[in-house]
Write a protein that binds this ligand. Structure first.
Ligand code: LFR
Length: 480
């Protein structure tokens, strides 16, 4: 017998978690089951995800979930976007690459030589990011594995396949491949863009049938049920399997004139729309139209996020392993000297490595003061992120014709009070911070709706989130 509890598997670029979501008419509560680091591995051929380590942690988490809450109603999986595993039969070919691996540069040139970016944008509405799946596939051609593969599964779909044996492509995440057609009419389901797939010389069989959030993917394979102690009949249900799609489900936007910032490794800054914005101005501003739950569109821009902080801390820890982020953020609040505001979106900050050295390089090139201590670097990073967030909110508002009266910050970054306050200050707009675990909550809510535990449109689901959390409010301060 199933209860009012679902399990959310949420894999972020630096950590993953399995969470229980307890849902009822007057209840929406998360219970953390396990959290585990997601540490990529540099190999001779490039930067890879430790996909088996992640899968093992997912199984362990589901085993604990089974013990804590027998009779789970369902399981839903989300992760970062764009990355995939190649399959031949049931076998994984090679190890999935990390989107920050530099191999994609060659893929970008090869694709754009054949199809101008403006034409791609008209087809898929996606901002240019060098790691969008279509560029990765192009880079993959040189390795020969693509020719051997009979299917490509995005990371959450790959985990769902390993748990259930079913091969599907969940549509919100599939939209980040660049290979979906934009729906021609409101309410039309997304479909693979067969023409674009053919023009890029990709085998059509790579792309499995699309499923929508809320659809059942399958049930557990016998060996998975044995390993976890879960009932074999436990359904795997599609959620917004792109983590940002799930996060935006749980933004407690009760006012349509709101912008969101889903702040984790990335800061995804934008507004929700019913229809894509495909103007020349939106293309020039590099704004994306990603597929959302219930056919909504996330009109947003990728800004760097807490990656700049975590990667800087990783650099300093090589010299002093006792350094950690929280005390540094506290010290950064106390910094009183003016610090440089640098362009957080500069591509030099994309790849792993010595971020502080690259900040110094940027400051020297632009004649700005160079930070002299970790606290000053952290202050400079947070100021720069806040400025970039505010500017992206303004652009989203102008391009979409939305008058933004509230900015919601959700995700891990919403716990950073300095970042929230400075974002309010730079934007001149109040910031509402929370929930921290928006992605897991969005994942849980879509499953709960599919199981009949709750009902209604996204606004109703967001109302449940708003009623279950106590967000923090940051009023903009006058800047001196
Ligand atoms: C956030 C995110 C972004 C996507 C980036 C790479 O975790 O999913 O939405 O652009 O990671 O996949």
């Amino acid at each position: 017998m199933s209860n009012g509890t679902v399990a959310a598997v949420d894999l972020g670029a630096t950590s993953g978690r399995v969470m229980l979501g307890h849902v009822g008419p007057n209840e929406l509560r998360l219970e953390a089951v396990n959290r585990f680091p997601n540490t990529p591995v540099q190999m001779p051929d490039g930067l890879h995800w430790d996909i088996f380590g992640l899968y093992r942690s997912v199984l362990e988490g589901l085993g604990q979930a089974a013990r804590l809450s027998p009779g789970l109603a369902s399981i839903g999986i989300d992760s970062w976007a764009v990355d995939y595993g190649l399959l031949r039969g049931d076998r994984l070919l090679g190890t999935p690459f990390h989107y920050r691996d530099s191999r994609t540069t060659a893929g970008v040139t090869a694709v754009h030589d054949r199809i101008a970016f403006a034409d791609l944008y008209a087809e898929n509405g996606l901002q240019f990011l060098p790691f969008n799946t279509l560029y990765q596939f192009e880079a993959e051609k040189t390795h020969g594995l693509l020719a051997l593969a009979d299917q490509a599964l995005l990371v959450p779909d790959l985990i769902a396949f390993w748990l259930s044996g079913a091969r599907v492509a969940e549509s919100t995440n599939a939209s980040t491949t660049g290979l979906l057609s934009l729906p021609a009419r409101r309410g039309e389901e997304p479909r693979w863009n067969d023409t674009l797939i053919a023009r890029l010389g990709l085998p059509r069989q790579l792309f499995p049938p699309l499923v929508q959030p809320g659809e059942r993917i399958g049930t557990l394979l016998p060996h998975v049920a044995d390993a976890t102690g879960l009932a074999a009949a436990t359904p795997i249900v599609a959620v917004g399997s792109h983590d940002t799609a799930s996060a935006v489900v749980a933004v407690p936007m009760t006012d349509p004139d709101a912008a969101f910032i889903s702040c984790g490794t990335w800061g995804l800054v934008g507004v929700e729309r019913d229809q894509p914005v495909l103007t020349e101005a939106s293309r020039a501003a590099n704004f994306t139209n990603e597929g959302g739950v219930d056919g909504r569109v996330r009109f947003l821009h990728n800004v760097m996020g807490t990656w700049l902080l975590s990667e800087s801390v990783r650099t300093w820890q090589r010299v002093d392993p006792s350094i950690s982020l929280l005390p540094l953020v506290a010290a950064a609040e106390a910094v009183s000297v003016p610090v440089a505001i640098f362009d957080a979106n500069d591509p030099r900050f994309m790849e792993p490595g010595d971020i502080p050295a690259r900040i110094v390089e940027w400051c020297v090139e632009h004649g700005r003061p160079v930070p002299t201590s970790p606290a000053e670097f952290v202050r400079s990073i947070i100021e720069s992120l806040a400025r970039a967030f505010a500017s992206a909110v303004q652009t989203a508002s102008e391009l979409s014709g939305t008058t933004v009266r509230t900015i919601h910050i959700v995700g891990g970054g919403s716990q950073n009070a300095l970042l929230c306050q400075l974002t309010a200050d730079h934007a001149g707009i109040p910031v509402v911070a929370g929930p921290v675990e928006a992605t897991a909550l969005g994942n849980v809510l879509v499953q709960a709706r599919a199981a009949g535990l709750v009902s209604g449109d996204l606004e109703s689901l967001r109302g449940l989130v708003a009623a279950s959390i106590q967000p923090l409010h940051y009023a903009p301060r006058r800047r001196t």
